[in-house]
Design a binder for this molecule. Structure first.
Ligand code: V47
Length: 384
């Protein structure tokens, strides 16, 4: 029998479920109707991962066909010194604690230039909330990177860092973001959202801005023309209602601004954190989280399966359960590895493409704004 093309899979495999609550959701999905909060809860409560996968894959193929995105990026974490002391985190250190570091600017520029020889198109820059580093350090960092690497997109500073630096510089959030933009910041990563539900947020990251401040900061960034991503940390103390609440709040803001590019569900890594008694998430939970995100966040273009966090194997499988993006080469990851991740520190472009191709998908190298990147031996160009 001839093989069925991958993109036809959801058309030829009939939808089946023994979970009666998924039937009306299926009807809405094929009619391109928005799912309600109750629908989202029913999905989280269901064990029928194949039915969810069918629906999420259907939506994913309707939006992207087989296209699967990745980029060539490098993470830069200028400091791990942090005053937030989040219980979810194994990365942050007190200023004088063993392992605490802060890069001199020159060191950060050298880090940016080091690693794989493949030219990166994005620097992903996030770090701790340092009690003493002035706002100018961060502006000089991005200005210096732009001068040295003008073709590289700077995806820098989470909403939490923006709010912290605004306070330190005694500026409004808007003026802080304007200063960052003028210093070369092109967009913002999605970290720090954790889980918006206050009951849980108080326990896992009580000194961070609250959920409404995170959303307000994202809103202002979007109004200024800065795109951002959004994340949700799951697999700790949150329940299904908290997850639904988080997704709904992001969907509402996206309706207003359209400024989010991609949603990244992040699985909690407990090792070396004060919450190390919490077990690791399972593959079932991870895959289900990808599928529910794709189905509920109908106004987000992309669902990212961050391979560093999910493992390359689960991230690859998720390409048939709703995700359309694997993130990138990363080169040097610290936040997850401090918390016990056993994934490699980075991945070659060729290997990312192999994962995608073997899942029957079409690899598309993108820049941070999802424009296709074409490479020759030594250079790249972005189609605008
Ligand atoms: O903000 C911290 C989370 C985030 C742990 O925007 C932890 O493209 C699990 O946001 N276990 C940083 N998670 C990573 C992040 C990210 C990653 C990849 C791409 C993008 C993007 C954003 O990691 C933090 C926090 O939410 N985190 N500690 C932990 N122990």
């Amino acid at each position: 029998m001839p093989e069925t093309p991958a993109s036809q899979a959801s058309k030829v495999h009939e939808f089946q479920t023994d979970d009666a609550r998924l039937r009306p959701i299926y009807d809405k999905v094929v009619a391109t109707e928005r799912l309600s909060a109750d629908d989202a809860l029913a999905l989280y409560q269901s064990k029928d991962i194949l039915a969810m996968g069918w629906m999420a894959n259907h939506v994913r193929e309707r939006m992207h066909g087989d296209k699967t995105y990745f980029n060539v990026n490098r993470h830069i974490n200028p400091t791990n010194v942090c005053v937030a002391y989040c219980r979810l985190c194994a990365f942050g250190r007190k200023k004088d604690a063993p392992g605490a570091y802060t890069m001199a600017l020159e060191e950060a520029f050298q880090t940016a230039a080091s690693g794989y020889s493949e030219a990166v198109t994005e620097f992903h820059i996030v770090g701790g909330l340092h009690p003493d580093l002035p706002f100018e350090y961060f502006l000089d960092l991005t200005k210096g990177l732009k001068e040295r690497f003008p073709q590289v997109h700077l995806k820098a500073f989470t909403m939490v860092e923006v709010a912290f630096l605004a306070k330190r510089a005694k500026l409004s959030i808007r003026d802080t973001l304007i200063a960052m933009k003028n210093a070369g910041v092109d967009s913002l990563p999605g970290g720090g959202a954790e889980i918006f539900a206050e009951r849980v947020r108080h326990i896992i990251c009580d000194h961070k801005i609250d959920g409404s401040q995170w959303l307000e900061t994202a809103k202002i960034a979007h109004e200024l023309g800065l795109k951002s991503n959004a994340t949700m940390l799951y697999g700790h103390l949150e329940n299904d209602e908290d997850r639904v609440d988080h997704l709904m709040k992001l969907r509402d803001l996206q309706d207003q601004t359209g400024g989010f590019q991609t949603f990244i569900p992040l699985a909690f890594h407990p090792d070396n954190t004060p919450l190390s008694h919490i077990p690791w998430t399972t593959g079932f939970t991870d895959i289900k989280q990808i599928a529910v995100s794709r189905l509920v966040l109908d106004n987000f273009a992309h669902i990212k399966a961050y391979w560093q966090m999910l493992t390359p194997k689960i991230a690859q499988i998720s390409l048939r359960f709703g995700s359309d993006d694997l993130d990138g080469t990363v080169i040097e990851e610290k936040i997850y590895h401090d918390a016990g991740a056993e994934t490699p520190q980075g991945m070659r472009r060729q290997e990312l493409m192999r994962l995608i191709t073997q899942a029957g998908r079409e690899p598309i190298e993108r820049d941070t704004l999802y424009r296709p990147v074409t490479r020759t031996e030594t250079t790249f160009t972005v189609a605008v």
